[in-house]
Design a protein around this ligand. Structure first.
Ligand SMILES: [Zn+2]
Length: 222
């Protein structure tokens, strides 16, 4: 079941108030339209009715694909991310009733992300049938190669997406993509095979990002 609340939004430009529906829980099997609006970002954006200013609305949202057994908690901010990870770990009946999900359900991929970009990227990775842990390791490897071969291409993040040519990594700077490189099936498969022991050992985390890769590699080397 999806669940919404009404939030009053104040326009940062003209100060006008308007009501906006925020979806604190989304079930994409029951409400596929909401899933599409997450991918487009529409669910987290509104327009001021007085002056036309576009406003990003940041709020926590539990994204649930029942059939694919994917549950992603979008929890903006470091503390919210920590709480969300704890909520997944806590499997009490009360938590299940209150939060509407059972974190212990078998075969589920439970993830916590802190930004809309990261939420959209996770969905793109799972839509492509890939393992996000392998993709994050590929990002670290390809990212460090890029830093050496093209030091002028100063990027602060890499984001996975898929187009007609296959998997790609967008080079991001200040939230904008300015170039991209291929993430081929061959590289993905080779990295997945090579790092399987690392994933088996450290892969049961809720926050899977490039920091997870670095921390796991460091722990494995200790
Ligand atoms: Zn306004």
């Amino acid at each position: 079941m999806s669940e919404k609340e009404i939030k009053r939004i104040k326009c940062p430009k003209c100060g006008a108030l308007h009501d906006f529906e925020i979806w604190i829980r989304i079930n994409t099997d029951l409400d596929p339209v909401l899933g599409k609006k997450v991918k487009s970002g529409e669910l987290f954006r509104t327009t001021c009715p007085s002056c036309g200013q576009k406003i990003d609305v940041v709020y926590p949202c539990l994204y649930h694909e029942m059939e694919n057994k994917v549950m992603i908690y979008y929890a903006p901010g470091a503390k919210a991310m920590k709480d969300a990870a704890a909520a997944f770990d806590e499997g009490s009946e009360e938590a299940v009733r209150e939060r509407g999900f059972d974190p212990a359900q078998k075969g589920y991929r439970n993830r916590v992300v802190g930004s809309l970009y990261d939420l959209q990227e996770k969905i793109a990775i799972f839509d492509a049938g890939l393992d996000d842990r392998v993709v994050e390791i590929c990002k670290v490897m390809i990212g460090s190669e890029l830093q050496q071969s093209q030091p002028e291409a100063a990027f602060d993040d890499l984001l996975f997406y898929k187009d007609s040519t296959g998997g790609r990594l967008a080079l991001m700077r200040n939230g904008n993509a300015f170039a991209s490189v291929s993430l081929s099936d061959d590289i993905y498969t080779a990295v997945g095979n090579h790092y399987k022991p690392l994933i088996d050992r450290f892969g049961d985390e809720k926050v899977i990002d490039m920091d997870w890769v670095m921390n796991s590699v460091n722990k494995a080397g200790e």
